[in-house]
Design a protein around this ligand. Structure first.
Ligand code: 4G1
Length: 224
């Protein structure tokens, strides 16, 4: 899968490009991430890409022309790419949406800054708006990185071993509790069953803990 990312802060993406599971998958050619500096598509010597809002008020708005030129450039190599604008107005990112997107060959992620993009970009150039949650953040870049991580994990081969986290959440459940050495610390003990060596009982216990955990901490996740 290929990601093109349109941003004013391409350096931020080193957080996922240089480290961890995404970096390894890039080296294995399972994934590629190209960042595009939107300022390279500015038409003035100051490299501005934003202007004041019509109607007045605070803040600046990202202009149509640089964004449209950048998207058209990306589409020259990649005519079928799906253009996603990370935005608080978008459909909420979920495990299921990440899974659906992972079936595509190419995504173009547009990251907003300031007050966001001119509405005409959304009307004419964007295929889908996606949000990572209901809070104010400073830019779409963190949203794009969350999306890249969640989508990439669903691509076969990206995760080394089979991933128990994914199995758990695919059922719509939270994870079960984890323990490692030592067996006792400050009077806190590891549940006896995990030391029993009886794998079938351990699996059943974990399944039960997943359900109880979900019931207790995230009732909203329990399927109707
Ligand atoms: C109004 C949230 C504005 C925000 C209401 C989730 C948030 C990108 C996301 C904002 C952004 C609420 C996201 C807000 C996001 C332009 C630049 C929009 C940053 C911007 C609840 C600022 N998922 N926010 N506005 O945060 O891009 O992806």
């Amino acid at each position: 899968m290929h990601f093109d990312v349109i941003t004013l802060f391409p350096e931020m993406f080193s957080a996922i490009k240089d480290e961890g599971v995404i970096a390894r998958s890039i080296k294995k050619s399972l994934l590629s991430i190209n960042t595009w500096q939107l300022r390279d598509f500015s038409d003035n010597k100051h490299r501005n890409i934003d202007d004041a809002p019509y109607g007045g008020g605070a803040g600046m708005v990202m202009q149509v022309k640089p964004i449209r030129d950048c998207i058209n450039k990306i589409k020259q190599n990649n005519p079928k790419t799906k253009v996603i604008y990370l935005s608080p107005q978008g459909k909420k990112l979920s495990h299921n949406l990440a899974k659906e997107l992972s079936a595509l060959d190419s995504l173009t992620l547009l990251c907003g800054r300031y007050e966001g993009v001119d509405e005409r970009v959304i009307e004419h150039d964007v295929d889908m708006e996606i949000s990572i949650g209901d809070y104010v953040i400073s830019g779409g870049e963190l949203g794009a990185m969350v999306l890249i991580d969640a989508v990439s994990r669903q691509i076969p081969g990206v995760l080394g071993n089979q991933d128990s986290l994914n199995d758990s959440f695919a059922n719509g459940l939270l994870d079960y509790p984890h323990y490692t050495r030592p067996e006792v610390i400050n009077d806190q003990v590891v549940p006896e069953i995990l030391l029993s060596g009886h794998q079938a009982n351990i699996d059943a216990w974990r399944q039960d803990q997943s359900i109880q955990n979900t019931q207790k901490k995230r009732k909203d996740l329990i399927k109707k």
